[in-house]
Design a protein around this ligand. Structure first.
Ligand code: HEC
Ligand code: HEC
Length: 484
């Protein structure tokens, strides 16, 4: 009875969908590119949420816009809930042609969300919005971190939530990963790019000195060594914590993206089904949803500028005697070996490039951002800035308990989490399994096992000291307030 009624309702609705532009999974949907009337008022939902005034790369390159205007455009890209007129979502799945564009099945064929493996939100900000989780209710910030409900679920092929195999746990073989904040991203990117430049330089040194072992130490971080032989070429078998191409990739908890731009190029199609022009080409409908030019080159640049100008996290005084004792313990326990308190850069200018050349951060720069200004990094005495991130930007094996279950060589490896802002960003660790700082430290295995054992041997007072120190590492107050 119920079914019959539903069928009648659906039939009655279909004629009113006569304007449907395309068809997803058999369901006609209202949306897609339609002719926009030239009237001044555009009723909500009848045109792109982003509007038609879009930022282009020419405007940026020709300096027609101020940095603040570019940042604002970037924030708009980051926080606009896109709809189908903007190119949100993928086109229909063609089961007969797996090479056809688009092609992500959606939940119950609803044509809009999948949640697992992307198509999980309408805007970047849905997941990046927690300024501080230490307040109740939490403080909002564009570009902030996310709670566990905002975890991204990437690439599973098998999920068994009700433990039908009887192992005693829910099985999931994909990546389950908690969103970090973007505060201070410019300093991270600059430090990483300078490290990459150094490492690439070492390759040249190795090639000029066959047979000589070249240590890969940059900014005090040791990435192992290389040796070049005339017969065997470059031997990278003793390289540690970085990919063999010696490009430092600070973004993503696995350390797999060299720049914010590169990360964003994946985030747009993954989360929102928005295809960047620089990936699919101008005027090309990469996902077969009837919309072209979903994210312009200038819009990716604006997103990049928005993130790298975000103010860095701050440090509060806390309870000075305990904080000082805790800071000392942080060294003594070996935490600082991976969570390197500061990386010093040689320049205070971060160059943004298009197109980017990963092995050559100095190529194709179209704009420079001064990290002392908007991002408020402090200058150092070598002409650069101090990046107080508490990370070596290196990957470490964190042991079997924390390992993912992709079945790949990097399952147990994670880039050292940056601890700046940590007082405000629970939950912790890559998947948010640790609800408190104490748990996060206790869960360090593998290369971090000795440090967590040493933590376990502390007296209760010493534990309080260490936590008092970590509690001084706060997120910025009112980030982006000059843009809002
Ligand atoms: C469903 C939640 C979700 C949405 C929506 C989302 N993100 Fe993220 N974001 C994450 C997670 C989870 C990570 C960590 C990913 C990883 O470690 O590989 C992340 C990481 C990032 C990073 C790297 C940060 C770092 O320090 O490593 C950037 C940049 C970023 N996101 C930008 C974006 C942009 C731009 C959008 C919108 C196009 C977006 N995100 C939408 C969850 C989300
Ligand atoms: C061998 C390198 C290493 C050592 C030593 C180490 N850590 Fe970590 N730490 C990591 C890595 C890698 C992660 C990220 C793990 C993950 O994402 O699952 C991490 C994560 C954390 C986190 C959670 C951060 C977040 O945002 O989720 C905290 C807190 C932390 N470490 C504190 C410490 C303290 C305190 C010590 C010393 C007792 C310490 N770590 C020693 C590598 C290390």
């Amino acid at each position: 009875m119920h079914r019959v009624m539903l069928a009648t309702v659906v039939l009655a609705v279909i004629p009113s969908l006569a304007q449907a532009q395309f068809d997803v999974g058999g369901h006609p949907l209202v949306g897609g590119p339609t002719h926009q009337p030239e009237s001044t008022f555009v009723p909500p939902g009848t045109g792109p949420a982003l509007g038609t005034d879009r930022i282009t790369q020419d405007q940026i390159v020709n300096e027609e816009l101020s940095e603040k205007e570019i940042r604002k455009a970037g924030m708009r890209m980051f926080s606009t809930p896109f709809n189908r007129f903007d190119g949100y979502g993928d086109g229909p799945v063609n089961v007969f042609d797996p090479t056809s564009p688009g092609g992500r099945p959606t939940l119950q064929d609803n044509g809009t969300f999948l949640r697992i493996n992307g198509l999980d939100s309408q805007t970047c900000m849905e997941c990046h919005s927690v300024g501080s989780n230490a307040t109740v209710p939490f403080t909002f910030a564009v570009g902030g971190a996310g709670g566990s409900n905002n975890n991204a679920m990437f690439g599973p092929t098998e999920i068994d939530v009700d433990d039908s195999d009887g192992f005693g746990y829910a099985f999931y073989n994909g990546r389950y990963i908690n969103p970090p904040f973007l505060f201070g991203a410019g300093g991270v990117e600059l430090a990483a790019k300078e490290m990459t430049a150094d490492l690439q330089e070492f390759v040249l040194v190795a090639q000029q000195n066959p047979g000589q072992v070249i240590p890969l130490v940059t900014k005090g971080v040791d990435f192992g060594e290389i040796v070049y032989t005339l017969l065997g070429g470059l031997d990278t078998s003793a390289v540690e914590g970085v990919d063999e191409d010696l490009v430092v990739r600070p973004f993503g908890r696995k350390g797999d993206n060299h720049s914010i731009r590169q990360f964003d190029l994946g985030a747009l199609p993954f989360h929102l089904g928005m295809q960047p022009v620089e990936t699919v080409g101008e005027g090309v409908d990469g996902d077969g949803d009837g919309v072209v030019n979903e994210a312009l080159i200038g819009e990716l640049s604006a997103l990049h500028v928005f993130a790298v100008t975000m103010i860095k996290p701050r440090v509060t005084k806390g309870h000075p005697p305990q904080v000082a004792a805790g800071r000392q313990l942080f060294e003594d326990l070996g935490c600082a070996g991976c969570h390197v308190p500061e990386l010093e850069t040689e320049s205070n200018m971060l160059g943004l490039a298009f197109p980017e050349v990963q092995t050559d951060p100095s190529a194709n720069i179209f704009m420079e951002v001064n990290l002392k200004h908007s991002a408020r990094f402090k200058k150092n005495n070598q002409g650069g800035v101090t990046v107080p991130l508490f990370s070596d930007l290196k990957r470490h094996d964190m042991g079997p308990e924390l390992a993912e279950s992709f079945g790949d060589a990097l399952d147990a490896q994670f880039i050292t989490a940056r601890l700046w802002g940590i007082a405000d960003t629970a939950p912790y660790l890559h998947d948010g399994r640790a609800l408190t700082l104490t748990e996060a430290i206790q869960m360090h295995g593998g290369e971090g096992q000795a440090a967590s054992d040493a933590f376990g041997a502390l007296s209760p007072d010493q534990v309080v000291d260490l936590l008092a120190f970590l509690d001084t590492l706060k997120t910025p107050k009112n980030p982006n307030k000059e843009l809002l």
